[in-house]
Design a binder for this molecule. Structure first.
Ligand code: NAD
Ligand code: HSO
Ligand code: ZN
Length: 396
């Protein structure tokens, strides 16, 4: 259905299910594997026997992937690898007042990746999380997905390429809780990343009290800003494409062209999804609405996408001009694990930076008297006499 007013708040929000998910998380925390088995029966109607895929099962499934699809994965793997390698920050250092200081980057040691799978399968998401984790040097990468029978052959092949330590057949909030707290069968990790529905994201939010998370990456969102230079068929197809993720997707067109809008409306008229389509007077006005929404994907199908991009304040990922947003989903290089629900106001998509941490180092070779005196004075001012003394005894 076409709607002409964009809702102020997201209609589907992980905050709506925090209470029910808190109870799921607690059950897994207290009862481990047994709770996972019960919850999987309750929510997915599956009698779960083995919680993880064995090495043999993964090998067997991977062998079923055709050469053609293996090559496709290999091509995308190299493309994503290049993007994340480009972003890998250097170790930096400097000095002042006789102090040498700097940063060494260390990988997070254990990471759990959630790959959604309730309605569709997402081997591409395993690549999007696994490649930056591997480049960052994460020692043990685990992953979980709600596939209760055999593992998808493409995922199995990707598991092998990434050197996944263990793969679990667990979905929803129970998978997140299991990786956060550990169970008899599931390894506890230091950080959990990955997209999913509101139950999955609510669980990540809850367990972030104890483990790192990458943010909130819930139901897909696409805002297209288009002027009269845009092609209505492409605009409509981009909106329909993200609508494939399901009814929870947020699909928005903001355009300065009434002519484009009526053509796009015509093309969308028979689809089951809701589309929010608004006409504005200028691209600046469109940007104001989009920034307020802070969408996941932002597509700038306008005459000057580069100068328009400079004016954007909030978005997870921007595609310029004729670039299909679906290429970010698959093969362009930048990650498709992107913030939703307004979280692009304060963070971006996954990069290698989500898997490394900066540790500072300090070496006082020959500090100036001025710096030492100033430090001791502030320690005394705070009432920490011994802090001051521990500095003073070295440089008197
Ligand atoms: N933002 C991103 O970066 C990004 C990327 C890819 C996909 N996505 C989104 O991920 C989502 C995938 O959702 P999905 O549902 O297909 O798969 P999912 O794997 O996220 O969730 C499926 C699980 O949800 C649990 N569940 C379902 N109903 C429940 C209920 N009533 N109570 C408790 N638990 C329940 C079940 O255990 C099930 O296994 C889509 O909305 C898609 O748009 C987002
Ligand atoms: N559009 C999704 C991010 O919201 C990513 C995706 C994966 N596969 C297809 N699309
Ligand atoms: Zn998509």
């Amino acid at each position: 259905m076409i709607k002409e007013e964009i809702p102020k708040n997201r209609l589907v929000e992980f905050t709506q299910v925090l209470d029910v998910v808190e109870s799921i998380v607690n059950q897994v925390r207290q009862n481990g594997d047994k709770a996972i088995i019960d919850l999987t029966k309750k929510f997915d109607s599956v009698e779960l026997k083995d919680l993880s895929f064995s090495k043999d099962e993964i090998e067997q499934q991977a062998s079923l992937l055709s050469d053609d699809l293996r090559r496709a994965v290999d091509v995308i793997y190299e493309q994503l690898k290049e993007f994340h390698l480009t972003l890998m920050p250097p170790e930096v250092g400097g000095g002042k007042s006789g102090v040498e200081f700097g940063i060494v980057w260390k990988p997070i040691e254990t990471v759990g990746i959630y790959v959604p799978g309730g309605k569709q399968k997402y081997p591409s998401t395993l690549l999007m999380a696994g490649i930056p984790a591997k480049i960052a040097g994460v020692r043990e990468i685990y992953f979980s997905t709600p596939q209760y029978d055999k593992l998808d052959p493409m995922m199995a092949y990707i598991c092998q390429k990434l050197g996944i330590k263990q793969a679990y057949r667990i979905g929803g909030a129970q998978a997140i809780a299991a990786m956060a707290y550990g169970t008899e069968s599931v390894h506890k990790v230091s950080k959990i990343v990955g997209p999913g529905n509101i139950y999955v994201q609510a669980a990540k939010y809850i367990v972030s009290r104890e483990v790192g998370i990458d943010g909130i990456e819930g139901p897909t969102e696409l805002v297209i800003i288009a002027d009269d230079s845009a092609d209505p068929r492409r605009v409509a197809t981009d909106l329909l494409a993200q609508g494939e993720h399901g009814k929870s997707s947020l699909l928005v067109l903001i355009s300065t062209s009434g002519r484009l809008i009526s053509k796009v409306k015509e093309l969308l008229s028979t689809d089951v999804n809701d589309f929010y389509i608004v006409e504005v007077k200028s691209v600046e006005e469109a940007l104001k609405i989009s920034d307020e929404l802070s969408p996941e994907h932002l597509s700038l199908q306008v005459r000057s996408p580069r100068s328009t991009m400079k004016l954007v304040r909030n978005a997870g990922a921007i595609t310029l001009g004729n670039t299909p947003p679906a290429m970010v989903d698959y093969g362009a290089g930048p990650d498709h694990i992107l913030p939703t629900n307004g979280w692009s106001k304060f963070r971006g998509g996954i990069t290698v930076l989500d898997f490394i941490k900066p540790i500072s180092y300090t070496n006082l070779d020959n500090p100036t008297k001025e710096l030492i005196d100033a430090s001791i004075k502030i320690a005394k001012y705070e009432g920490f006499e011994i802090h001051g003394k521990s500095i003073g005894i070295r440089y008197e």
